[in-house]
Design a protein around this ligand. Structure first.
Ligand code: PMP
Length: 368
């Protein structure tokens, strides 16, 4: 252990949810409902799945290491040059590439309290200092949301990256275009602003920013996105960064040459074309989120208003035993004490019958 670098020694590994099969075996149940990892309850686009079948005879060959077709397609979609796109093995991969390329000892990264857990992990692994800014308070108009003033106050001459999740996981809070634009403009050009938009497709607020349109103006802006959420391809691992060509060139220097698979690239291309599936996923999420929040209000349960595909619910007591009791009912959600929210459980928005089953189980457990 002592042989690992200092940052890694202090690191607590990311705790993904257990695989459903393992949990079911442990609990002696079947027919569980997993609403724990913000996956798309509709699954992937059927077109994406179909495309995979035709590729199985290519598995002996390496994938296209440059992801030519997908980068072209994304560039067209975002109205940028293909040289601005870096593909990753999930957007996690891209976040790690950013940390490896821009951070290290004597440098620091700024992020908010309650922000996505991978930021501190990726930064610690390369020995960078972590500058965590306080988030808005529980009684703020955006409870637990990113506080841009507090983030700006944590930036100093050694800050190389500011991570901002918009919307953020696990709070579901979001930043509007004007606030975010002014924030980016206020930062020195020597600090990268990484805007993590893993859930952007779900957001329907009018002043949610179209950040990729700012790339030409801000060479230090990096926007990351993923096929894991709205496109339902979490198992294939594919995401990307859109940035200036200069940043993309740097990321490509540390990227593994074949970091995205043939199957992932092909499925991502099909998923982008299947706009009907995207729209249906947004609709199911909108209705499910509205139903869940109404159900919370009826029961007098607090929640953090969310624009993502998940809702963090204040269960009114320590959430861990509630999580365990839900597990015994076969309902798997996510405790988020590790994010400083020990009374909240994060539930992924499911289909109508799944949301109902979750609420019925919660009623049993917390005694509504
Ligand atoms: N960013 C945020 C805010 C997330 O919640 C997640 C997934 N939990 C990711 C990035 C990474 O997702 P992936 O690596 O599957 O693209």
């Amino acid at each position: 252990r002592a042989l690992a670098n200092a940052g890694v020694q202090k690191l607590t590994p990311y705790q993904p949810g257990k695989p459903v099969e393992e949990l079911e075996r442990e609990l002696g149940i079947s027919d569980s409902l997993k609403l724990a990892s913000n996956e798309n309850p509709l699954g992937p686009s059927p077109r994406a799945v179909q495309a995979l079948g035709g590729l199985l005879d290519q598995l002996a060959r390496y994938p296209d290491g440059n992801g030519f077709a997908l980068r072209q397609r994304l560039a067209r979609e975002l109205d940028v040059e293909p040289e601005c796109i870096t593909l990753g093995n999930g957007s996690n991969d891209v976040l790690e590439l950013l940390a490896r390329a821009y951070l290290g000892p004597e440098r620091n990264a700024v992020f908010s309290a309650h922000a996505f857990a991978v930021y501190p992990l990726a930064c610690q692994a390369v020995g960078a200092d972590l500058h965590m800014a306080p988030a808005h308070a529980a009684d703020h108009a955006t409870p637990y949301g990113h506080d841009l003033e507090a983030l700006a106050a944590r930036v100093d001459a050694d800050t190389r990256v500011v991570f901002i999740a918009n919307p953020n996981n696990p709070t579901g809070t979001w930043l509007d275009g004007k606030a975010l634009y002014d924030f980016i403009r206020s930062l020195p050009g020597t600090t990268l602003v990484v805007v993590d938009e893993a859930y952007c497709e779900y957001v329907e607020e009018a002043d949610y920013p179209d950040t990729t349109r700012w790339l030409a103006e801000f060479p230090n802006l990096v926007v990351t996105r993923t096929f894991s959420k709205i496109h339902g391809l979490a198992g294939l691992r594919i995401g990307y960064a859109a940035s200036s060509p200069e940043v993309a060139d740097i990321l490509n220097r540390v990227r593994q040459p074949f970091n995205t698979s043939t199957l992932a690239q092909a499925a991502a291309l099909e998923a982008l074309d299947d706009t009907a599936h995207v729209q249906e996923s947004v609709r199911v999420n909108r209705e499910g989120l509205a139903w869940l929040t109404a159900a919370c209000r009826e029961r007098g349960l607090g929640y953090i208003p969310s624009v993502g595909n998940f809702l963090s619910i204040d269960v009114g007591r320590e959430a861990e035993p509630v999580y365990q009791a839900l597990l015994h009912q076969g309902v798997i959600v996510r405790p988020i004490a590790g994010y400083g929210l020990s009374r909240h459980l994060r539930v992924t928005v499911g289909r109508a019958h799944e949301n109902r089953r979750f609420m019925e189980a919660l009623d049993q457990v917390v005694g509504a």
